[in-house]
Design a protein around this ligand. Structure first.
Ligand code: GLY
Ligand code: MN
Ligand code: MN
Length: 440
């Protein structure tokens, strides 16, 4: 994880201040960092910081905990971090230690992580609400709930025990849902490089090339820009495109096949999420083009719905409608589109949603519904728009020319006062533009 810049550290401080407004004087927020995960024996998976923790601190080490306790004597922002350790630092790399947590990361106070157990009772005492998401960090769940129980047991004599655990969904995640200018700058960069990577993948694709070789082109483009995949890249040729979470990427591309690529790079914590589907030999066949144009029309109609005040359920409604009408026109389904949607017949070929929030997590945080209804869009929200059609190779009763065609088109879209802004226009999606790129 990159060391934060001074501007990023200012931004993290502003975020903490905003979260503390939501937490209030009688609350406390506890946000653990990610832990390392063993890959095999002495080897760990590449470390990725927990997004909530990163959002608030910029601190890139595992096994830390951030505590925000508004009004606390000694300072509201307390970081618990790994201690300095000469031996471990020779093997595993530098550690900030408590001193670095204060000096570099602007904690008001910092302690060794092992101190948290001892300090928890004093931190929690007298706070009625604990902003902490139970169920995500089992080792901390046990310690924190045990501590609350202890305080409760002695509370007749001492300070009151917390009465409420509040998940971070309604506070921190609502902040993360609306992107700040600094977040948008990082996301725009992630989107631009990811679009470039898709262009490179289109150019590198041809009959006989293997899916993993195309994936390598994409990942090289990310790494050249100090990025990494924000999620497992999907590079699916032919009917592999009909497997929604296909990540084996181990087949050879064949003449006449389409290739579906769903890949996005992460830049300083923010990931793009782009899908394109194109012909391996550079020319769409008639049936491929027919299905593609339906998906593209659905995608454009859905994108147009991302306006402040519109229901966030609209893109899916609109995309489903355009896709279902298209499926009827192509003879994939028979009947009245409204009835087909009502009876969910469209789900044979379109079985997923049309988009999700995007940000530090590819499926980003933020509630989709308020009071049981899809929430309205607001400026600063970013959503993917990704309709598709997937006609399984053995789909019964389907014209064989359509069998094995899987198509998804996915862009990342920012809600602005002026309307939807596509953040990923750098990779073509019109049939003529895709074919021209592959000829060039
Ligand atoms: N790449 C994951 C998704 O599109 O949701
Ligand atoms: Mn997506
Ligand atoms: Mn995707």
């Amino acid at each position: 994880m990159p060391a934060p810049t001074a501007a990023e550290l200012d931004e993290y401080a502003a975020r903490r201040a905003r979260l503390m407004e939501a937490v209030g004087a009688d609350g406390i927020a506890i946000v653990p960092a990610a832990r390392e995960t063993v890959r095999n024996r002495d080897v760990h998976y590449r470390f990725r910081q927990d997004s909530d923790f990163w959002y608030l601190t910029g601190f890139g080490e595992p096994d830390a905990v951030a505590v925000l306790a508004p009004g606390r004597d000694g300072g509201a922002f307390v970081l618990f971090v790994r201690e300095r350790n000469k031996e471990r630092e020779i093997w595993d790399g530098r550690r900030a230690g408590p001193e670095g947590a204060v000096k570099t990361y602007r904690a008001d106070q910092a302690y060794a992580a092992a101190e948290l157990d001892r300090m928890l009772p004093a931190l929690l005492a007298g706070r009625s609400k604990v902003f902490y998401t139970l169920g995500e960090h089992p080792e901390w769940d046990v310690k924190i709930t045990a501590c609350v129980r202890e305080i409760r047991e002695v509370s007749r004599r001492g300070p009151a025990a917390p009465t409420e655990f509040v998940a971070l969904d309604t506070s921190l995640h609502e902040l993360r849902l609306i992107k700040t200018p600094a977040e948008l700058a990082a996301l725009r960069h992630a989107c631009a490089v990811s679009a470039q990577a898709h262009v490179r993948a289109m150019r590198a694709s041809a009959p006989g090339v293997w899916e993993w070789q195309v994936a390598a082109e994409i990942h090289h483009e990310f790494e050249k820009h100090r990025m990494e995949p924000g999620y497992g890249s999907i590079v699916g040729g032919g009917d592999n495109a009909c497997i929604l979470h296909y990540t084996e990427n181990d087949a050879q591309l064949a003449d006449g096949d389409l290739l579906l690529i769903d890949a996005g790079g992460e830049f300083r914590g923010y990931t793009a999420d782009i899908t394109r589907t194109f012909p391996v030999n550079g020319r769409f066949s008639g049936p491929q083009k027919d299905v593609y144009e339906v998906v593209l029309a659905a995608q454009k109609a859905a994108i147009a719905e991302l306006k402040p005040g519109n229901s966030s359920g609209r893109p899916h409604e609109v995309a489903t409608r355009v896709l279902t009408e298209g499926m009827v026109a192509l003879g994939l389904l028979q009947g009245d589109p409204d009835e087909l949607i009502h009876t969910e017949k469209h789900r044979q070929f379109y079985m997923h949603g049309t988009g999700h929030w995007l940000g530090m997590d590819v499926h980003d945080v933020g509630r989709y519904k308020l009071q049981g209804q899809p929430r309205p869009f607001a400026e600063g929200m970013v959503m993917t728009v990704e309709p598709g059609l997937y006609i399984a190779p053995d789909a019964p009763g389907v014209d064989p020319r359509f069998r094995g065609i899987g198509i998804r088109i996915e862009d990342d879209v920012l809600v602005t006062a002026a309307g939807p802004e596509v953040l990923t226009p750098g990779v073509p999606k019109e049939v003529a533009d895709v074919e021209a790129l592959m000829r060039g």
